[in-house]
Design a protein around this ligand. Structure first.
Ligand SMILES: C[S@@+](CC[C@H](N)C(=O)[O-])C[C@H]1O[C@@H](n2cnc3c(N)ncnc32)[C@H](O)[C@@H]1O
Length: 633
């Protein structure tokens, strides 16, 4: 059998919908022969309709929904696969070999698509802080139905320098539509990365909160709404406010699947504990008196109670007791009813701190600055790290992210993603939390290499892009945390791998083999772009084949050929020519889950077949396994 060729493009969101449908309605799928002659599954819509019976909406039926100009096109853009790739940049990275963290430079829509295969359903928490659309923000313009050039021309998408990041002015007729399109496409893709017990938080203010809520209802499902948190971002009112001095932002919170999500509760504060005392020296410890009457009237619970002092007490007018006569008697015998220090007050139930149903306290929908910091605290933290004021506008305080991580109920090894990462506050907070409790949580930061404005404090301090600011913040914050932790440091990961979004590693001819003519046959041999290294090719394959990009990578030389071994066999790659039997054996000893070669290195078709057979034998793989596990680019 022939070795399969990798497509080298991201998955399409529709692939995941297709797979999910296949799980729940397998009978609607039929086998057909694909273009490559292999059998493949396709959906039979008529069967699916029959399975759904009456539950199909009539096209004419009026429906509730949120619409804006360009919404349909955005769905297409979000589902479209990308041929771009992620290239490793070792020199910008910190502790390249050992770190589990990723810092990705590039437009987040493309990056999210590229992360889909490796991180599908693996991210526990997403936090994003997108541009709020205040009337003067930069909003990224994606590629819509028209060709990029046509659309750019029609809509003025490019600025004077030809960048796709454009100021979205409130005078624009598509002011809200453009913002909605920008966020909708990204959320559609981001949702697929969330684990079943995952959660997303989105910072926003009054400008777009109402639109964002509707978009989230649609993308995540209204039943997965958890809260529209209020963050008290300002600590003092602005006296020159025309109407109301606005002192809060919102943080939209949705679960991927509300039934699988458990909220993280807050640690009990000394203030909350102080409400409990033990005036009767009960051996069960401190307790709090709780009202014994309730509003919902039940005649069986309306009875007189005689206090230890001999006074008869009836429930307050229109109310009854919370307990039936029997339940009351049982509690009385167990010393769980309190009649006050003199034994003559209205009875109350003793609630013991040690018997609370849940650990910790229920979080509230308001995040007060005293507990999570205000926006100035965020700026002060960045200033303290850089020693310069104003290097980054509007960073969030680390304590705010720390609180969101508590609510997200992160596990020790959870993955946290921020794809509008700015100064990388989220990375800072992950490192801090790991330092506190010895956890091994990992982060993925995504940030556009947006240029800092000329003459800005950032540019004067030597930072040409926001990515440079974010990476430097992580370096400095990491060093600071490590110093604070000192000897207690138990392998705290303060490193990160930098990857940059770039065009495909392959020349166009790679994607159009059917158009191969005699003239470009030689070109095909050189289908790898000249500036790409073997490490670029390796990461391209990892992205495309869904191998986690933070996995450890080792280089090994066998018979003068370089092998790249990812996570001890998750993937083994060799991009050298003329592979000897020893090299093949060197690869096979890992019993690899995936093996990748460069097609151009095989001069004869017979060699491809030979290698296929060698692996089958050496690893005892079936034909199907071999076909799946060995591929070439
Ligand atoms: C409000 S800031 C985030 C601040 C961050 N929470 C912090 O604490 O520093 C939003 C960031 O998103 C970035 N951004 C905007 N559009 C983007 C895109 N399409 N892809 C990646 N990053 C983008 C901007 O450059 C900006 O740095």
């Amino acid at each position: 059998m022939e070795i399969k060729k990798r497509p080298l493009q991201s998955a399409s969101t529709s692939d995941f919908t297709f797979e999910a449908l296949q799980q729940i309605a397998p009978s609607a799928f039929v086998e057909v022969r694909g273009e490559d002659g292999q059998l493949t599954h396709k959906i039979d819509f008529d069967i699916l309709k029959e399975l759904l019976g009456e539950k199909i909406a009539d096209e004419q039926e009026e429906r509730f929904g949120f619409y804006w100009v360009g919404k349909q096109e955005v769905k297409r853009v979000a589902a479209q696969p990308t041929r771009q790739t992620l290239r490793p940049v070792e020199e910008k990275s910190v502790d390249w070999d050992n770190t589990q963290n990723l810092y990705i430079e590039g437009d987040n829509l493309e990056v999210l698509k590229l992360l889909q295969r490796a991180y599908l359903g693996k991210v526990k928490m997403i936090y994003i802080d997108p541009p709020y659309n205040t009337g003067n923000d930069f909003v990224y313009n994606d590629d819509f139905a028209m060709s990029r050039e046509e659309q750019d021309e029609a809509m003025g998408n490019l600025d004077e320098e030809g960048n796709r990041l454009r100021r979205n002015l409130d005078s624009s007729p598509r002011f809200h539509s453009d913002w909605c399109s920008m966020i909708y496409s990204r959320l559609l893709v981001a949702r697929t990365l969330l684990s079943n017990d995952g959660v997303i938080f989105i910072s926003i203010d009054d400008n777009e909160v109402h639109h964002l809520r509707k978009i989230c209802d649609e993308v995540f499902g209204a039943t997965n709404f958890i809260a529209q948190l209020i963050w008290e971002r300002a600590y003092s009112p602005k006296n020159d406010a025309k109407y109301i001095s606005n002192s809060h932002d919102y943080i939209m919170m949705f679960a991927k699947n509300i039934d699988s999500f458990t909220i993280g509760r807050l640690e009990r504060t000394a203030e909350a504990n102080a409400r409990y005392s033990n005036p009767d020296n009960d051996p069960r410890g401190v307790w709090k008196a709780s009202d014994m009457s309730v509003k919902t009237y039940n005649a069986a619970c309306d009875y007189p109670i005689t206090t230890p002092s001999g006074k008869i007490v009836e429930p307050p007018a229109g109310r009854c007791w919370r307990l039936s006569r029997n339940a009351f008697r049982e509690r009385l015998q167990d010393n769980r009813i309190w009649f006050g220090p003199n034994g003559d007050s209205t009875p109350a139930i003793k609630r013991f701190l040690s018997e609370l149903k849940f650990d910790g306290m229920a979080p509230t929908s308001i995040l007060f600055y005293k507990e999570v910091g205000h926006s100035q605290e965020g700026s002060q933290e960045v200033t303290a790290l850089f020693g310069d004021k104003g290097v980054f506008d509007g960073p969030k305080p680390v304590r705010l992210l720390r609180r969101l991580m508590t609510l997200a109920n992160l596990k020790d090894d959870s993955v946290v993603l921020d794809f509008f990462s700015g100064s990388a506050t989220t990375a800072h907070a992950v490192m801090k939390l790991n330092a506190e409790d010895g956890g091994k949580r990992k982060y993925i930061m995504v940030q556009l290499p947006e240029e800092t404005p000329e003459n800005s404090p950032a540019r004067k301090a030597g930072y040409k892009t926001i990515c440079e600011i974010g990476q430097e913040r992580i370096r400095r914050a990491g060093r600071q945390i490590k110093e604070e932790v000192g000897l207690l440091d138990n392998g705290l990961d303060i490193g990160f791998r930098v990857l940059c979004l770039d065009s495909s590693n392959m020349e166009e001819v790679y994607f159009e083999p059917h158009q191969t003519t005699q003239e470009n046959l030689s070109l095909q041999v050189e289908s790898v772009k000249p500036d790409r290294t073997p490490l670029d090719l390796l990461f391209g394959c990892m992205v495309d084949w869904g191998v986690e990009l933070s996995y450890p990578i080792r280089k090994e030389s066998v018979e003068g050929k370089e092998l790249y071994i990812v996570n001890e066999g998750a993937l083994v790659a060799c991009f050298d020519e003329e592979l000897s039997q020893e090299t093949i054996e060197g690869i096979a000893q890992y019993n690899p889950q995936r093996v990748i070669f460069l097609e151009a290195c095989f001069t004869r078709d017979a060699d491809k077949i030979n290698i296929y057979e060698q692996f089958k034998q050496l690893c005892s793989w079936s034909d199907e396994e071999t076909y799946k596990r060995i591929q070439m680019i």
